[in-house]
Design a protein. Sequence first.
Lengths: 166, 327
Amino acid sequence: MSAEDMQRATWRMAHEIIERNHGLDDVVIIGLQTGGVPLAERLTAALAQIEGIEVPVGCVDVAFYRDDIGLRPVLPETVTDIPVELTGRTVVLVDDVLFTGRTIRAALDALGDHGRARQVQLAVMIDRGHRELPIRPDFVGKNLPTRRDEAVDVHDEGVDLGEMVK
Amino acid sequence: MSRQTAASHRHGEMRNLLAISDLGPDIAAGIEEVMTLTDSFVEVSERAIPKVPALRGRTVVSLFFEDSTRTRLSFETAAKRLSADTMNFSVGTSSVKKGESLRDTIETIEAMGVDAIVVRHASAGVPRQIAQWASSAVINAGDGWHEHPTQALLDCYTIREHLGDMRGRRIAIVGDIKHSRVARSNIAAFTALGADVTVVAPPTLLPPSLEGWPVKVSHDLDAILPELDVCYLLRMQRERMNEALIPSLREYTALFGLTDERADRLGDHTLIMHPGPMNRGVEIAAEVAERPNAVIIDQVRNGVAVRMAVLFLLLGSGTAWGGELDG
């Protein structure tokens, strides 16, 4: 997937978000640290260009909510920043790669501590499969079939598939 | 990832926090790591629900052989905000009164399945001794005249919050240096971060030898006041007067107390700090503690987040450092 493909997918997802929510009333974009944050910003910029509305954008770090604390190194990448009260809002959670679903589960717990959102939707650039929890995305940039031991790297220049560094 | 670079300064993981030197061969990097993690816990503490599930199912026991209000409550709040279970042990109501030995007490507590022991004791070295017996993580919450590492970490965080980088900052630690674990931990931490530390005290309240301490010594508080970035006052323990180390509390205040007149001569940015509990009217004038540049309450507030960071590093951050954080 090239940078241009990613930009097109971002635009399409932005349109889908607007379509699904009949506009952008009460929509908040929350990027997951760290991969989801640049994508959340690009999505927000696309939404602003299409609808002319600046939706609030924040980020969440799920380190303290993970279910593998104590099993492997878990440290927050950065501070959580939720700019608005989430109660009654529609939250679009944004991440670069959806894999086991455990990060998203942790993110849902984290969001719960910031209020009761009316609805939480999930946007990801890459869905690589291998889910371990009943979680599915609402907006997908690209479905990318992978082996379990492969690594997916989403960066500014596009998406790469490589071997997992163990 | 910068966090992992910081962690890689260490050889292996931190198992206990008994002294500032336990933060690793590169103390500055170890302190920096705690500070970065503390930022996240300050954010948690500001939430409507200031609690995360990070240490669910872990048990933290506080073992206080000496009186304490803020440190014990601070650790307990920190553990609860991480969803850990807490147990309290105060000597007055325990079997220690019946003559149980320290080792038996530790073995009894450990048999109940605890993950961390927070210990305060009037004798230096007790936490280290406990660490040798116990398999759980041991955190020193103050031992005799030796160290009080979490106090130093929260002081570093408070200074960083107000003044930024500590390098080249002029810090005076004023008061009973000889009997102060806070002074020892703070000197180790402040100088590791590149601060320029002066200890100010009457000769009777300085340790017999200051050789090897990376500090300057002064007996004249008035002379150094205008150039300070931080004026750190230690509690003047009233018992010292009975030991004839100072002629009278009034004379101590006249020479080393931060009176209103002295506080006027500090820079506008100069922080006034105190580890508590304060003797208002002795080492610090009652009104001085209320000045805008007195950050004593900030120290207490930051103490909870810093202790959350220490508990999380010891109990929650994983069994090995430096692995890939993916998702």
